[in-house]
Design a binder for this molecule. Structure first.
Ligand code: ATP
Ligand code: CA
Ligand code: CA
Length: 419
C-alpha cells in the first residue's frame, strides 16, 4: 500500500468522521489550553471529559453540522506530554490538525484494521485503535508519562492525545494522535518495519520493485538485502542504550508485536524522485508550494487565534496555504531526530555518511493477551516457537534488541534470526 494517502474532502465516506474528530479535538484541546498551566495530579490520569455536539451548540461546544459525542481522555497529561516532554508548540498542534478541515487518509495499512490519517501538513498521525488498545493506553499512561519524562530521547511513539468519537448510531471510535516519524520535506527511499521475528516477515520483492519500494518492507527483506544500520561507535552506543531502555519499558508494561520503523533517506538521491510530493501532487497540486505559515504560527497571538477559530462557517477544505513543514523545530530537542529531523549515518570514525535514518518504535499497545497467547501456540505448531512474531514480552524484547544490535554496522547481521 502507498505511504501517502488520499485527501478527505466533503462527500468522502469518512468526511463526517473526520469532521467530528477534528471538531472534538479543537474544542477539547482549546478548552484545556485556555487555562493556566498547572501541575499534574493523580486524578488527571483517569480523567475523561464528555462533550455533546449538535446543531444548536452551547457554552461548551460550538454549533456544528452533525450530532455526535466526543470524549477527551486525560487532557492535562497529554498537554503536559506535548509541551513539556515533546516540545510541541500548542498553536502549531491545533493549527496543523484543525485550521483547515482536511486530512489525508492512508486507509488501513496493517492487518489490525486501524485507520491512519495524516494532518494536512503531515506532521501528525491520527490512528484509530481497538478498544483493547485504548484501555491499555489508559492503564499505562502514568508509567508512560513517567518514563518519557525520565527518557527525553526515547524512540517510543509519541502520544499527543487520546479521544473517542461516538456517532448517533452508537458506534464508538477510539483514536490516538501521534508523531509522523517521516518528515514531509525528505523523500523516504526505503521503509522497513523490523521486529526481530523472521517467520512470515517478507514483503514480496517483485511487488516491492514494481512499486518502486514505496511499501513497508520487513525483517527478511532487510536480511536478504544485506542491510546494516550504518552508525559509527558514538551513535551506535547511544542508540543501543536507548533501544535497551525502551525495550525494558515495553517488557515491563507487558506488550509485544511492536517494531522499529526505519525510513531511509539517501542524500545523494536527495528529493529528485519527489516520491512523497509526487504522489501528493496527483491529488493536491498545491502541496509542494507551502506558503510559509509557520512564521505566523509562532507569533504570540497565534494560540489565541487558533483557539478562536470555532464555528463551522470558518471551516475550509481548500488545500491552499499549506504550511511549510521544513521547520519542525521540536525535533531539534531530540538526539535521534536532530539531523534534518532524523539520525545521520556515520562511519567507524564517526564521520557523517550520505544517509539519514528516521527511526521510531511503533505499534506499542498490544498487550500479551490471551488472544496473542493462543496465536503463539497455533503459529508455534508450524514454525519455530521462538522465531514467530507473538512470543511472551520478555522474550520479545530480548529478541528485538539483539536483532537490532546484530544489524548495526559492526554486528554479525540478521542471518541467525532466520527460521
Ligand atoms: P498491525 O497490528 O497489523 O501491525 P497496525 O494497524 O497496528 O498494524 P502499525 O503497525 O502501527 O499498524 O503501522 C502500520 C504502518 O503504518 C507501519 O508499518 C508504517 O509504515 C506506518 N506507520 C505507523 N506509525 C507510523 C509513524 N509514527 N510514522 C510514520 N509511519 C507510521
Ligand atoms: Ca505493526
Ligand atoms: Ca497493531
Amino acid at each position: 500500500k502507498p505511504l501517502v494517502g488520499q485527501w478527505i474532502k466533503e462527500g468522502h465516506q469518512n468526511y463526517v468522521l473526520m469532521y467530528n474528530m477534528l471538531t472534538g479535538i479543537r474544542t477539547a484541546v482549546s478548552r484545556c489550553q485556555a487555562k493556566v498551566n498547572r501541575e499534574i495530579t493523580p486524578e488527571d490520569y483517569t480523567a475523561a471529559h464528555k462533550y455533546s455536539f449538535d446543531i444548536l451548540g452551547n457554552e461548551l461546544t460550538p454549533s456544528v453540522k452533525y450530532d455526535f459525542k466526543f470524549k477527551d481522555y486525560a487532557p492535562w497529561v497529554f498537554r503536559n506530554l506535548r509541551e513539556q516532554s515533546f516540545h510541541l508548540d500548542p498553536a502549531d498542534y491545533l493549527l496543523s490538525l484543525t485550521e483547515k478541515y482536511i486530512l489525508s487518509e492512508l486507509g488501513s495499512p496493517g492487518k489490525s484494521g486501524s485507520f491512519f490519517y495524516f494532518s494536512r501538513d503531515y506532521r501528525f498521525i491520527i490512528k484509530t485503535i481497538h478498544h483493547s488498545e485504548h484501555k491499555f493506553i489508559r492503564k499505562i499512561l502514568k508509567d508512560y508519562h513517567e518514563y518519557v519524562r525520565k527518557n527525553p530521547h526515547t524512540l517510543l511513539s509519541r502520544f499527543y492525545g487520546l479521544h473517542r468519537v461516538k456517532l448517533p448510531r452508537g458506534r464508538k471510535i477510539h483514536f490516538v494522535i501521534m508523531n509522523n516519524l517521516f518528515p514531509m520535506h525528505k523523500d523516504i527511499h526505503e521503509t522497513y518495519d523490523l521486529k526481530g521475528s523472521t517467520v512470515g516477515r517478507l514483503y514480496p520483492e517483485d511487488v516491492a520493485a514494481e512499486k518502486q519500494n514505496k511499501v513497508t518492507l520487513k525483517d527478511l527483506n532487510w536480511i536478504n538485502r544485506g542491510k546494516r544500520l550504518e552508525l559509527g561507535p558514538e551513535k551506535r552506543a547511544l542508540l543501543t542504550e536507548q533501544l535497551k531502555r525502551d525495550a525494558e519499558f515495553l517488557k515491563m508494561v507487558y506488550v509485544m508485536d511492536y517494531s522499529l520503523l526505519v525510513g531511509v533517506h539517501n542524500m545523494v538521491r536527495g528529493n529528485r524522485d519527489n516520491l512523497r510530493r509526487n504522489t501528493l501532487k496527483v491529488v493536491s497540486p498545491d502541496i509542494s508550494r507551502g506558503t510559509s505559515q509557520s512564521k505566523s504560527i509562532r507569533s504570540p497571538g497565534a494560540l489565541r487565534r487558533a483557539m478562536r477559530q470555532t464555528g463551522p462557517e470558518r471551516l475550509d477544505t481548500s488545500t491552499d496555504h499549506l504550511p511549510d513543514s521544513e521547520t519542525e523545530d521540536e525535533r531539534q530537542h531530540f538526539l535521534f531526530y536532530q539531523d534534518d529531523g532524523g539520525l545521520r549515518a556515520t562511519d567507524e570514525g564517526n564521520d557523517a555518511m550520505d544517509t539519514i535514518y528516521y527511526l521510531g518504535i511503533i505499534d506499542i499497545c498490544t498487550p500479551y493477551s490471551t488472544l496473542k497467547r493462543a496465536e503463539h501456540i497455533w503459529k508455534g505448531l508450524h514454525a519455530d516457537r521462538h522465531k514467530i512474531s507473538p512470543v511472551e514480552p520478555g522474550e520479545y524484547s530480548g529478541r528485538f534488541v539483539s536483532f537490532l544490535m546484530a544489524v548495526m554496522r559492526d554486528g554479525e547481521g540478521g542471518e541467525r534470526f532466520r527460521d
